[in-house]
Design a protein around this ligand. Structure first.
Ligand code: GDP
Length: 218
């Protein structure tokens, strides 16, 4: 049986009493990590990394999460797209924006060229608390997506799975598409957060999940 990415919470989600579980007070770009053994910021704060294929909506999601219009744009400027970009959020945790993968067709059996950097990052990050893995709500997960999920499972890295661009699905299609993602990712239904950078759906739920990860509170 395929290993599953570990859960990031043990109980059903609680409704947050606060209107915004993650109020953004400050954000600072710390720099980029370009190679598996290259520079990275001192691992002082808890870290949460964001992963997904190119065009899945990662920059849009990060910008929505931290309520900035162009924060994640730096990761889309030439030269920075293959790097892991680090941001200090509120002096509370470090957000690591992993490079988008999946342009080159790589079979699941072959080792993807993007994996060593991510492996190197996780190995040099004793403070990493978990990974937010993005999957397009409308699409069947790619071989790269499945490779990443299996890699996270093999590392025992707590994983929040987000279904992006959920606004593009009609309400009648939602349940079926989400069930496909749950099945393909080998997760339980409450491990998946439907998200839209357009409507803001899922922003607070994701923010709360991240706060739970970085504070260790379940
Ligand atoms: P990245 O390559 O993963 O960083 O993806 P981007 O954030 O740049 O988004 C890729 C494309 O998808 C852009 O055209 C975005 O406008 C669009 N997009 C991203 N998120 C959403 C969403 O939640 N809903 C819709 N309808 N479009 C989105």
């Amino acid at each position: 049986m395929r290993r599953r990415p570990p859960r990031w919470r043990s109980s059903p989600p609680v409704v947050s009493p606060s209107p915004d579980p993650l109020v953004i007070k400050s954000i600072e770009f710390l720099g980029g990590m370009a190679t598996a053994t290259g520079w990275r910021p001192e691992p002082r704060l808890p870290e949460v990394a964001f992963a997904g294929r190119s065009n899945v909506g990662k920059s849009s999601l990060i910008n929505k999460l931290v309520r900035r219009k162009k924060l994640a744009r730096v990761s889309n400027t030439p030269g920075r797209t293959r790097e892991i970009n680090f941001f200090d959020v509120n002096g509370q945790f470090v957000l690591a924006d992993l490079p988008g993968y999946g342009y080159a067709r790589v079979s699941k059996e072959r080792r993807a060229e993007w994996l060593p950097l991510i492996e190197g990052y996780l190995r040099s990050s004793p403070t990493v608390r978990g990974v937010v893995q993005l999957l397009d709500a409308r699409r069947t997960p790619s071989d790269d997506d499945l490779l990443m999920l299996e890699f996270l499972a093999s590392q025992g890295t707590p994983t929040i799975v987000v279904a992006t661009k959920i606004d593009k699905l009609r309400s009648a299609e939602r349940a079926q598409h989400l069930a496909v993602l749950v099945g393909a990712a080998g997760i339980e239904a409450d491990q998946l957060i439907p998200f839209s950078a357009v409507t803001g759906e899922g922003r607070d739920e994701l923010a709360e999940a991240i706060v739970q990860l970085v504070t260790g509170k379940q």
